[in-house]
Design a binder for this molecule. Structure first.
Ligand code: UGA
Length: 436
C-alpha cells in the first residue's frame, strides 16, 4: 500500500519504518530541511533501540523516503497518517495547532478519488470530527472523497518497534465501513486485538489508557510514602497487590515519578477537558500532585542528609525520563538536579544517551562526564534517577572506592538494600528501609 506519514517523531518515524518493513511504500513529510536530509541519509535523529537499522534497511530497499513536500506524496497515498505533536498549552489543554496546520495542508493535496486521513496524534475528544469538517471545507472538488479514522498509538519509547509490531490492541475509530476495512488490511501483519469503535471513543481510549497508567504509578508512589512512614517494604507490598490478576503487576514500580512527552501532557489535557465539560476531576489532579511530591521528597531527603551550608560534590547517574531513550522531556532527573544545583551543590552527571539534552538544559551549571565511574570520583554522594541496565551490575566495590563517602540515594530501587549494607554503603531508596 502507498502511505504517507506527516511527522517523524517517535510515533511517526517508528510507524513509518515498521509499515515500510512490511513492504508498503512510505513517504514521511517533515518541515525542517536539515532533518529531512539526515533522515534520508539514515539518521533517525532520536535514540531508539533498533530504529537506525530498521530505517537504513528500508531506505536501501527504497520503501521509505522523507520529504518537505506534500505534493505528490498525498495524492499518491491511500492512507495519510497525521503524527505530529500535541504539546501542552499554557492552560493545560493539548495544543492542536500543528494538527490543524497539517490537516489543512493534507486537504489541499488530496487526490481525486478516495483517501483515508488517519489521526495518530493524541487529540482530545471532538478533534477528529473537527478535522473532518476542516478537510470538507478545504478540498476544492467533490471528487476528493475521504474518510477520517482515529488511530491512537500505544508505543513506548525504548521498546517502540516491538510495541508497534506487537501491540496489545489496534484501535480504529471511524463511522466509515470502507475506511475500517482498508485500515484492517494495512494493519494485517500487526499483532493484537482489533477494537473497532467510533471517533470519540477512540480518542478517549488513548487518554484513558495513559491516565490510568499514570494513576497506577502515582498510587504505587503513594503506597511508598506509607511504607517509608511505617517501615513496610513498598516493592513487596505492591508485588503482592499486583499478583491479584484483577490488578496486575505492571506500572506499579515506585520511584521518583513519571516523566516523558506523554503522561504529564495527557493527564493535564484530560484534566483540562474535564474542566471544560464541568466534570469533577480531582482524581487526576491528585495523580499529578503525587507525581510532583515524589520528585520533591527525593530531592528533599538528599538535601536533608548533605545539608546546604557546605558545597558538596554530587554524582548523578541517569538523566533521561526512563531507560533506553535519550528523551529528557519532563524527566524527573531534571527536577532533582535543578534542586541540587539551586541548593549550591556541584553536580557531575552521567547518562548513557541523554548527555546532549542535559548540556542544552543546564549548560555549564553542571559537569557532564562520559563514564559512570568518572562521575562518582571524589563525590560526596551518588544520586540515581534512571534505572539504566548498565547500573544494575556495575562494579559497586569500585564505586565505593571512588566515592568520598559511601552514600547513595537511589530513586529507582536498582539495588537490594541488604547487598548494599554488605558492601558498606549507606543506601537510601524508595519505599524501603534505609540500611546503614
Ligand atoms: C507511554 C505509554 O506507556 C505508551 O503506551 C504511550 O503510547 C506513550 O506514553 C504515548 O502516549 O506516546 P512512554 O512515555 O514512552 O509511553 O513511557 P512509559 O514506559 O509509559 O513510562 C513513562 C514514565 O513512567 C517513565 O518516566 C517511567 O519511569 C515511569 N514509570 C513507569 C514508573 O515510574 N513506574 C512504572 O511502574 C512504570
Amino acid at each position: 500500500m502507498r502511505i504517507t506519514i506527516v511527522g517523524h517523531g517517535y510515533v511517526g518515524l517508528v510507524t513509518a519504518s515498521v509499515f515500510a518493513d512490511f513492504g508498503n511504500e512510505v513517504t514521511v513529510i517533515g518541515r525542517t530541511p536539515e532533518k529531512i536530509r539526515r533522515l534520508n541519509a539514515g539518521d533517525p535523529l532520536i535514540y531508539e533501540p533498533g530504529l537506525e537499522e530498521l530505517l537504513q534497511r528500508n531506505l536501501e530497499a527504497k520503501r521509505i523516503h522523507f520529504t518537505l513536500k506534500y505534493d505528490p506524496a498525498i495524492k499518491n497515498s491511500e492512507v495519510i497518517f497525521v503524527a505530529v505533536g500535541t504539546p501542552t498549552s499554557a492552560d493545560g489543554a493539548a495544543d492542536l495547532s500543528q494538527v490543524r496546520t497539517v490537516v489543512r495542508e493534507v486537504a489541499t493535496h488530496l487526490k481525486h478519488g478516495y483517501s483515508i486521513v488517519a489521526i495518530k496524534s493524541t487529540v482530545p475528544v471532538g478533534t477528529n470530527a473537527e478535522m473532518k469538517q476542516l478537510i470538507a471545507k478545504t478540498i476544492s472538488s467533490k471528487n476528493q472523497k475521504f474518510d477520517i479514522v482515529s488511530c491512537p498509538e500505544f508505543l513506548r519509547e525504548g521498546t517502540a518497534i516491538n510495541d508497534t509490531k506487537h501491540p496489545d490492541r489496534v484501535v480504529l475509530g471511524s463511522n466509515s465501513k470502507s475506511a475500517i476495512e482498508k485500515m484492517l488490511e494495512l494493519h494485517q501483519p500487526i499483532g493484537g486485538e482489533r477494537v473497532i469503535t467510533d471517533l470519540p471513543s477512540a480518542e478517549l481510549i488513548k487518554y484513558a489508557s495513559n491516565s490510568l497508567l499514570a494513576t497506577k504509578i502515582s498510587f504505587a508512589n503513594l503506597i511508598a510514602f506509607y511504607c517509608e512512614a511505617t517501615g513496610a517494604n513498598a516493592p513487596q507490598v505492591l508485588k503482592a497487590v499486583g499478583l491479584d490478576k484483577r490488578i496486575g503487576n505492571s506500572f506499579l514500580q515506585v520511584g521518583i515519578g513519571y516523566g516523558g512527552a506523554c503522561f504529564p501532557k495527557d493527564v493535564k489535557a484530560l484534566i483540562h477537558s474535564g474542566k471544560l465539560l464541568g466534570l469533577d476531576n480531582q482524581l487526576l489532579q491528585e495523580v499529578e500532585h503525587i507525581n510532583q511530591v515524589a520528585k520533591e521528597r527525593f530531592s528533599r531527603s538528599i538535601l536533608e542528609k548533605i545539608g546546604s551550608k557546605v558545597k558538596k560534590k554530587i554524582a548523578v547517574w541517569g538523566i533521561s525520563f526512563k531507560p533506553n531513550t535519550d528523551d529528557t522531556r519532563e524527566a524527573p532527573a531534571f527536577a532533582v538536579i535543578e534542586k541540587l544545583v539551586t541548593a549550591g551543590h556541584a553536580v557531575t552527571a552521567y547518562d548513557p544517551a541523554a548527555m546532549e539534552h542535559a548540556k542544552t538544559k543546564f549548560g555549564n551549571k553542571i559537569a557532564l562526564v562520559s563514564d559512570p565511574y568518572a562521575a562518582v570520583a571524589k563525590a560526596d554522594v551518588l544520586v540515581i534517577n534512571t534505572e539504566w541496565n548498565e547500573f544494575r551490575q556495575i562494579d559497586l566495590e569500585r564505586v565505593k572506592q571512588l566515592l568520598k563517602t559511601p552514600l547513595i540515594f537511589d530513586g529507582r530501587n536498582v539495588y537490594s538494600p541488604e547487598k548494599m549494607k554488605r558492601l558498606g554503603f549507606e543506601y537510601h531508596s524508595i519505599g524501603r528501609k534505609t540500611v546503614q
